[in-house]
Design a protein around this ligand. Structure first.
Ligand SMILES: Nc1nc2c(ncn2[C@@H]2O[C@H](COP(=O)(O)OP(=O)(O)OP(=O)(O)O)[C@@H](O)[C@H]2O)c(=O)[nH]1
Length: 426
């Protein structure tokens, strides 16, 4: 690990793991999350009592753990979870943020929303059904979103008599599919979310399984190498000018660092102007900082008054992002109305708002085979395809693979202002 990385780790919240859950309807995501919270004793006692009451009323013979996570009561009556819900829990080892995403086919967009900041994806499959289209879709999206760690949980092992053979069959199926994906680390765990096997406690029912429990895996997966500590990128969110008589010339540049390291005294370049200066001071809300790293939110001041506004980027002269208006990317389409192959859209890239026109739809991906779909180029809801756009203003970008912040673009409908696509720059 380089010095930069070691230093950066001090500032990154290494105790924190963000993960997302994915699976098909009824694969048991809510039950699993409930089990994690319950067995790791992360639930407040009063909530627990309310749930036990509610389970009794419904005549459940066991405490219905899905009730812990299935937010709104109206949703619960419908029996489906309909939006991404963020949940927090912690163990002595680590803090966790879960983006709990629903399993319906039409809700792939929620997975994209939930997974875009995740370090890890827990993908559930029902031990009776094995790998299905949804499993492949979710794994593909996770890989597209550059999630480096997947845990494939084969759930409901109790319904297949805790069969080692069935587990291995599913594991092999997923291995074959995932060998085509760009995910460096995949764990396979046989579990029963309902009864708690291998979730927090090791299972007596599956002595043949010698691996770790889900919680142990989540506590120990290494994520520090997943961040871009190399390319210094600071998209300017806003410029502060207090106009005080004491400091009439004060200009502070505020935003969140998207990559690399910045220190007072560093030479920096502002884009698009290309003017250079030196960093004078870096402040966070509480402190003056000697160094700042992604994902810190800071205000910087420079030695010279160069022209910088919202949407500009501060970088290092010897390592600048690509500047361009013709952009090649993979897009995951999130809207009922398909992508208009010659349409105009609004876009958001880091702190910059711009507009774009679609220049070309290169191809659509068949999510099961990962091959190009021949002939059909219509990119509709939940489809993934490769497109080329031209933007009205130059963007300062990196490939998504290199930097998830400077490499992603949100596509917005100009009239409804809805997010219609999530783009990953190639
Ligand atoms: N036998 C058995 N049943 C399970 C297990 N895990 C979940 N279930 C049951 O499967 C059903 C669906 O579980 P949920 O946790 O609501 O599923 P979900 O994936 O969250 O479903 P949505 O919220 O609709 O996306 C419920 O009846 C659970 O009790 C398991 O390990 N074994």
């Amino acid at each position: 690990m380089s010095t930069n990385e070691t230093e950066a780790n001090k500032y990154l919240d290494m105790d924190l793991l963000r993960f997302t859950t994915a699976g098909s309807v009824d694969d048991g995501k809510s039950t699993l999350i409930g089990r994690l919270l319950y067995d790791s004793k992360s639930i407040f006692d009063d909530r627990m009592e309310a749930i036990e009451e509610s389970s009794k009323k419904k005549g459940d013979e066991y405490t219905n753990l899905a009730l812990l996570t299935d937010g709104l009561s109206a949703e619960r009556e419908q029996g489906i979870t309909i939006d991404v819900a963020y949940r927090y829990f912690s163990t002595p080892e680590r803090k966790f943020i879960i983006a709990d995403t629903p399993g319906h086919v039409q809700y792939t967009r929620n997975m994209v929303t939930g997974a875009s900041t995740a370090n890890l994806a827990v993908i559930l499959v029902d031990a009776r059904n094995g790998v299905i289209e949804q499993t492949c879709r979710h794994a593909f999206i996770a890989s597209l979103l550059q999630i480096k760690h997947i845990v494939l949980c084969v759930n409901k092992m109790d319904l297949v008599d805790y069969s080692e053979e069935q587990f291995h069959k599913i594991k092999d199926e997923f291995k074959t599919f995932s060998s085509k994906l760009d995910v460096p680390e995949i764990h396979y765990i046989p579990i029963s979310a309902l009864y708690g096997d291998n979730v927090v406690e090791e299972s007596d029912n599956m002595p043949w399984y010698k691996g770790s429990t889900l919680l142990y895996t989540l506590e120990n997966v290494q994520v520090s190498g997943d961040y871009d500590h190399v390319d210094s990128r600071f998209p300017v969110q806003w410029v502060t000018r207090p106009q005080s008589t004491e400091y009439p010339d004060y200009r502070g540049y505020a935003g969140q660092i998207a990559g690399g390291v910045f220190k007072p005294g560093d030479e920096v370049v502002a884009l698009p102007s290309g003017f250079t200066s030196e960093i004078k001071e870096i402040h966070t809300f509480e402190n003056e900082e000697e160094e700042a790293f992604s994902p810190m939110s800071v205000t910087m001041t420079l030695e010279d008054d160069i022209d910088i506004s919202r949407g500009d980027m501060i970088a290092k002269p010897d390592n600048q992002p690509t500047v361009g208006q013709d952009i090649d990317m993979m897009v995951c389409w999130l809207n009922k109305e398909p992508l208009d192959p010659h349409g105009k859209y609004a876009i958001k890239h880091t702190t910059k708002d711009a507009r774009c026109v679609i220049k070309e739809v290169k191809y659509k991906v068949n999510i099961n085979t990962l091959h190009r779909v021949e002939g059909d180029k219509e990119i509709g809801l939940n489809d993934i395809g490769r497109i080329k756009i031209r933007t009205t203003k130059p963007l300062f970008y990196d490939s998504y693979k290199r930097n998830r912040k400077t490499g992603s673009i949100i596509i917005i409908d100009e009239y409804t202002h809805e997010t219609v696509g999530a783009g990953m720059i190639l």
